[in-house]
Design a protein around this ligand. Sequence first.
Ligand code: FPP
Ligand code: MG
Ligand code: MG
Length: 386
Amino acid sequence: VTKGEMPIDPLRTVAKEMKFLTGNIRKLLGSGHPSLDRAAKYYTQAEGKHMRPLIVLLMSRATTLCPKETRRTSSSVSDLPSGGIDTALSPLNILADVNPSSSPSPLTEAAPTTPADADAQILPSQRRLAEITELIHTASLLHDDVIDHSVSRRGSPSANLEFGNKMAVLAGDFLLGRASVALARLRNAEVIELLATVIANLVEGEFMQLKNTAQDERRPKWSEETMTYYLQKTYLKTASLISKSCRAAAILGGADAASVDAAYLYGKNLGLAFQLVDDLLDYTRSEAELGKPAGADLELGLATAPLLFAWETMPELGALVGRKFEREGDVARARELVLQSDGIEQTRALAKEYSDKAIDAISGFPESEAKDGLVEMAIKALQRQK
Ligand code: FPP
Ligand code: MG
Ligand code: MG
């Protein structure tokens, strides 16, 4: 994806907005209590990748050029399109029906498309959304590191190690509180509902990961359902935040229903690709390369995509999965089998499929630098090494 001979730098299009991101987030996190202030801001010190806000900002800019929704944005819950959020959440339907594209067909006569414009404005509300998205993500990392007994994050000691579990959990709660305040101030009920659903989804994903109800825990057998369960968990744990934030960005910009759905689909597929790559890097990279412990998933008893693909042809893995790699030598054996199998390649291929779908989803967007940036992000998700 090149313009002339120059490779697209997705960051360039939104560099100005990204420069203020961390400062603004730190302002949202100020507390009169010095140790809470310190714990809450801790993960904003290390240079994170800021992948989510970057995508939200690119999506904001890219959808500015899309046709506008002519209907006034609903501001009361009863006006919400019924498909706009995951209500009656049945995990097993998540991948099938979570795409809120079932929302009523747009009542629009398509408004005239604005010509591609590099200066297309990002609204203050969209900038705030990018910050809220990063806050929710960071809150989930604070909690995740407690749950995973993690000792490092972004190349430094993790917050739970630095401050202890209690303070790390409370700091995460504080981030969610401040994110909620900022969200409420956007005064858009549909966007509030989307992001509140994300918070619930994160917990649901984490629960699915803790409790593999798709398995007979004593004698698990590989089945098609194994993979479906994993992908549903992955949607909730990772893709929900990106997809619903993309959707919210398009809504805040007043984009029409088709563009809002396209934004959502882009985020969903990118999120799935992103987590698949995360799960394979856990097998292929070192702690020094990742800035967090490598090989952590097996140590935590987790069977992710590379192992699930390996398991299909190596039934021996079933017993190890069943006891969560707890016995002496289990982790090493599982690792060895996965590396002998084509699990890593299959995971990479599946990630590529999702990345392609993400690119496909926004193919109808008017040409712009921001759109190129989104395409580049989907390609980069596959190439990243950490
Ligand atoms: C990182 O996964 C963790 C997540 C993507 C989400 C974790 C969600 C919770 C702990 C639920 C409750 C939290 C909130 C704030 C609602 P990972 O452990 O696979 O990745 P890592 O290697 O970066 O630790
Ligand atoms: Mg973790
Ligand atoms: Mg985790």
